[in-house]
Each structure stands twice: as C-alpha cells, then as structure tokens.
Design a protein around this ligand. Structure first.
Ligand code: GLC
Length: 614
C-alpha cells in the first residue's frame, strides 16, 4: 500500500515540476501581463524558459519551421502556421532589388508574425557570404579563399562588421556565414567558401568573422542594434568528402575529424556563435543530419554550443524514408529549426502527428523551441522586432568599398614575376586582354545577386580594366582587347591577360579536371606570340591547373574572386601597394595529386603559403 502511495506521489511531483518549468505543455495558456518573459531585465535564458510554458504544441512546431519567402502561398501563412523564421535563399529577392524594397518586405513579414497570439517575432536569414551579396549595389568583398590569402583576422573582422551593417540596413538580422569548412580537395565546388586547407587559419578567420557579424566575442553584443546573428557552417567535415564531391561522404579517421574539421567549431563556440548549420554531407556513411552523436554529444555537450541548430536547405529530404521518418530522424538527432524551405503545411501536420504518436518526445520539442526563443531574446527581437537597423546609405558606401579594395589588394598572390614585369610602369603602353578583364560578374563569382552568379554587368563595381584606367592615370595608355587573334597587332610595352573560371556555386562547381578553358589557354599563347612581356591574372575560386600556360607568362597573379572592387588588383599591378598574399591552398600540378596535403610540398606546383612580393 505504502509503495503505491509513493508512486502516486512521485507521478504528482513530476507533473507539478513539469507544469512549473513549462516543459511538456501542449495546450496554449494566456500569459499574465507581468509574465517573466516580458521582463527585459530578466536573462534571455529565463525569458525563453518562461515563455515556453504558455505555448501550445502548434505554436512550438511553427517556431521550428524556416520557410523561403518565395514559397509562401500567402503572407497570412506566417501567422496561420506560426512560422519561426523566413529566409531568402540565393537570389530570392523582392521584385525591385533595392534596399528600401528589402526592408519593407522583411518588415511586412515581421508584422504578420507579431499578429499571432503570443506575438513571437520572426527570424529572417540570408546568405551574406561575401558582403550582402543578394542585394543590388551592395559591397561585394572577396570570397573567403581570397580572405584566407590575406591571413589578416583584423581585416576579416572589419569586413564582416561592414557586411553586418549592410545586412541590418535591409532589416535582416541573420547571416548564414561564416562558412568554416576546411576544404581538402579543390575539385569541390565550394572550395572558395573556405578560407584555407589549414584548420588553424580557418579557425582564426572564422572566429574573426563571427566577432564582426555579432559585434564581439561575447553573446551579449547581439543586443546592439547593428549586430546580426552569425552561422558557423556546415557542421561538420563538409570540406572533407571523397574526391571533393559536394554533399558527398567524408571517409575520415577520428584524428582527421578532431584535428582538421572540428577545429574551427571550437573557436566558433568560444566566440559565442549564435547559430550553426548542419552539413548535407556524410561522415563514413552517416548523414550529418542524422548524426546524433556528433550533434548532441560532441557539439552540444563537449564543445558547449547552446545556440540554435538549423538544417540546410531541404536537407532532411536527402535521408531515407518518408517525410515523417526523415523529420523524426533529424529532430531526434538534435536539429532545432528545419530549413524546409517550401512545404511548410506538410511539415506542420507531419510534426503534429509525430509528437502525438510520441515518435518525437515533447522534451525534444521543448529543447528545440527553447534554443529558438533564446536566440530571439538574445537578439533583442522581443523588445523591438525591428531592433536591428542601419541607415540605407551604408549599402555599397565608399567606406565599405574602400575596405573591400584593401582586401582585394591583400588577397592577391604573386606566383611568378620573371624579369620584374611587375609592377607595371606608369607611362608605358599596356594592352589589357580578355573578356574577363572587364566583367563584374566573373570577378564576383557565385552567390552574387543570384545563387550561381553570372558573368556581365550584374551589379555596381569596378572591373580590373576600369581599375587599371583609374589607377594608372592619364600618362599611361591602356588598350583593351576583349578577344585576341593571331593576326591582331598589339602596339604595347606589356600585356595583362585575364583568364579564369565562370561563376558557380555548390555542386554546380564540382570539377574533376580543374583545367583552364581552351579559349583561355589560346588567349595566353596568342598574347605570348606578340613578343611582349605577359602578366597573367587568374580569376578563380580555387587553384586551377596552369601548367599549360605557365611558361607563356612572365608574371602570374592569383586574384581569386575579388568582388566588386577590381581597382584593388590595379593598386598592386601598378605598384602602389606591394603584394602580401600567401597561398591558402597548395597549388596542384595535376588532379591525380589531389587531395594535396600541406606537407606534400614537393608535389605542389606552388606550395601552401607561397607568395612573392616586389
Ligand atoms: C544552401 C547551402 C547553404 C545555404 C543554404 C541557404 O543549399 O548549402 O550554405 O546557407 O542553402 O541558402
């Protein structure tokens, strides 16, 4: 008899505790006017925990959904489905791609979210991965590979501080950056999103980027109106897949995981990164989106990450089974918010069913929603949903473009400079050759205005040709040859030939050969036949094979994907600034040598850390 009494007492106590701390509740409750979560002096942790107890299951599940705004059947669905977040995927812009149109779009969505019963504000995320790159006229900085060549953490922090202001000017408060991947095989289409093959460089620059976005290394800096949420991505070993196959399988040892791919996350968590995005890829056959051990035991428990864990774009659908089985797997593995990004009605109904069938425990739902609410309280969204802001004229400002131009200068790596062809002489006659010398889209690469990017005059900026004309001055005659045929005469003292890759992003950039195009090879060889010195400029998202043209050029400069400020290239070519860039990746002779390790110095055409100066 006594035993039964104690069992009842225990059950009663558990229920009592549960109802007090708000876990387990599925029915909506009306919060009192003095509810703790409304108290701005209370901690974000206490406010998040307090709010949880008033939420219905439907409201909790809605918070776990992130939808791309282009897939909203109606803006009313934001309130109808109590959505926790929206995003703009690459190129998902308002009809008029202006700062004002972005801001009013995002504010309009936020007002819908505030009309819900509890008025929980919306998070809005975007890939501002080299400036606010979806927005026309924004400053486009060098992609991470170029920043890796600078080895300059202070510069990276300034760049992301500037980017945060441009993002804030559009009313957005969350970027899916920095990518802290450690690419091991340059055949991967996302190599340029990585700072380096060296985990220590990635860790240092990734942490600097987080401080730039978030305003410092302490999470409390997120409360400032000019700071935005950073995202360390993609957890983990996205850059270690076999053959560099995007979303492929990283067949790695525990030592490689610890000493290469996890390293940047240690520093990211130490610098209070607010959110982390999980990788599409697998490790030894296990999809990261189902890897409960690495998510819960390593990232959460061991590294101490307490922020928001978000999935990648529809990544759950890459798992085996039905939608219900996929969601059950990823949520129970520890994901907090799902970047659906389209079928939110199916998500909503399927999740309700999974909880009702106890396939996802309520404790996991509460844990996920707690992290989501905590992030919103940390950002200050509850106290002012439009808190993150900056004046519209910071977007593409002269000050930001000057930072970008400095970054371009410091990113250039001089691989060859025979006969001191560089720096070019003012007063000389310079022939600039190749369509890529005058193409903003090529300079910017992927993730610019659209997801894949494209060649042409896609946004405001300065091409390399325009930069040379500006920097060289009137005393120097510059002649432009968009194309060059063997019969063309070149009346010049020196030729600057620009070659490289066309824009790409993600899997569309996976490349098994890494060869220069036949057109580019022919361009260099034709220029070399004119019996004048040739300075070759390479615009690429990674080291590409240049064996075929190396002997035809007297000077070779790796310019990576410099972005809108092409004048930064001219600053160095004309000798106003000395080149300081160092290779962030070893430069291969052949794809059969890949993956090329830092220690494989002998094999490389140019070893890791190589770079000449004047
Ligand atoms: C993409 C990328 C990820 C990006 C996300 C949202 O597929 O993998 O880096 O942040 O979708 O655009």
């Amino acid at each position: 008899m006594k035993k039964i009494f104690y069992v009842f007492l225990l059950v009663f106590m558990v229920f009592l505790v549960a109802s007090c701390v708000g876990v387990g509740s599925t029915e909506e409750k009306a919060p009192p006017s003095d509810a703790l979560y409304k108290d701005i002096s209370a901690s974000p942790e206490d406010r998040a925990r307090d709010l949880l107890q008033y939420m219905s299951l439907e409201e909790k599940i809605g918070q776990m959904a992130m939808v791309d705004r282009q897939f909203l059947a109606s803006e009313a669905d934001i309130a109808e489905y109590k959505l926790g977040a929206l995003l703009s995927g690459g190129g998902s812009a308002p009809y008029r791609n202006t700062v004002e149109a972005w801001r009013s779009m995002v504010e309009g969505y936020q007002k819908k979210a505030l009309s819900t019963r509890l008025g929980i504000p919306l998070l809005y995320g975007i890939d501002a991965v080299h400036g606010h790159n979806n927005v026309y006229g924004a400053t486009i900085f060098p992609h991470n590979i170029g920043l890796g060549a600078t080895r300059d953490a202070e510069l990276v922090e300034r760049i992301e501080r500037a980017t945060a202001l441009e993002v804030a000017a559009t009313g957005i408060h969350w970027t899916f950056a920095p990518c802290v991947t450690v690419p091991q095989d340059e055949r991967w289409g996302r190599t340029y999103e990585g700072f380096s093959e060296d985990p220590a460089v990635v860790a240092e620059l990734g942490a600097a980027a987080i401080r730039g976005f978030q305003g410092g290394s302490d999470i409390s800096s997120l409360g400032r109106p000019d700071t935005i949420l950073a995202t360390a991505k993609h957890f983990v070993a996205d850059g270690g897949t076999e053959g560099g196959v995007d979303r492929g399988d990283a067949k790695i040892t525990e030592e490689e995981l610890q000493n290469i791919h996890l390293v940047p996350y240690v520093d990211a968590v130490k610098n209070s990164v607010a959110t982390i995005m999980v990788s599409f890829s697998s490790i030894n056959g296990v999809k990261m989106h189902s890897n409960k051990h690495l998510i819960m035991d390593v990232l959460r428990a061991k590294l101490g990450f307490d922020g928001l864990l978000v999935s990648d774009w529809a990544a759950h659908t890459e798992l085996k089974g039905s939608l219900a089985q996929q969601l059950e797997t990823v949520i129970n593995a520890g994901l907090d918010m799902i970047m659906i990004p389209d079928s939110y009605k199916d998500f909503y109904s399927t999740m309700l069913k999974l909880v009702e069938e106890k396939k996802i425990p309520m404790s996991r739902i509460d844990d996920a929603v707690y992290h989501i609410l905590l992030t919103k309280f940390r950002l200050g969204l509850f106290d002012n949903p439009f808190v993150v802001s900056a004046p519209a004229d910071v977007v593409g400002s002269a000050e930001h473009r000057a930072i970008a131009r400095e970054a371009v200068r410091k990113s250039l790596v001089v691989l060859k400079n025979d006969k001191s062809v560089l720096p070019l002489k003012r007063g000389a006659k310079i022939a600039v050759i190749g369509s890529k010398a005058n193409d903003i889209g090529i300079q910017c690469g992927g993730w610019t205005i659209s997801w894949q990017g494209k060649s042409g005059n896609i946004t405001k900026g300065t091409t390399i040709l325009e930069g040379l004309r500006e920097v060289a001055g009137d005393s120097t005659e510059i002649v432009y040859h968009k194309n060059l045929s063997p019969s063309d005469e070149i009346d010049a003292d020196v030729a600057v030939v620009v070659v490289g890759e066309n824009p790409y992003a993600e899997m569309k950039g996976d490349n098994r050969s890494l060869k220069l195009s036949a057109t580019d090879v022919r361009l260099v060889k034709t220029a070399a036949e004119k019996n004048i010195p040739v300075a070759l400029i390479i615009l690429s998202g990674r080291p590409i094979l240049i064996n075929e043209v190396l002997d035809y050029a007297d000077a070779v400069v790796a310019a990576w994907l410099p972005g809108t400020e092409g004048a930064g290239v001219a600053d160095v070519l004309m000798g106003d600034f000395k080149p300081v860039g160092k290779l962030p990746f070893a430069w291969p002779r052949s794809v059969s040598d890949l993956p090329l390790k830092i220690e494989d110095e002998g094999k490389a055409l140019f070893p890791y850390n190589y770079g000449l100066t004047f």
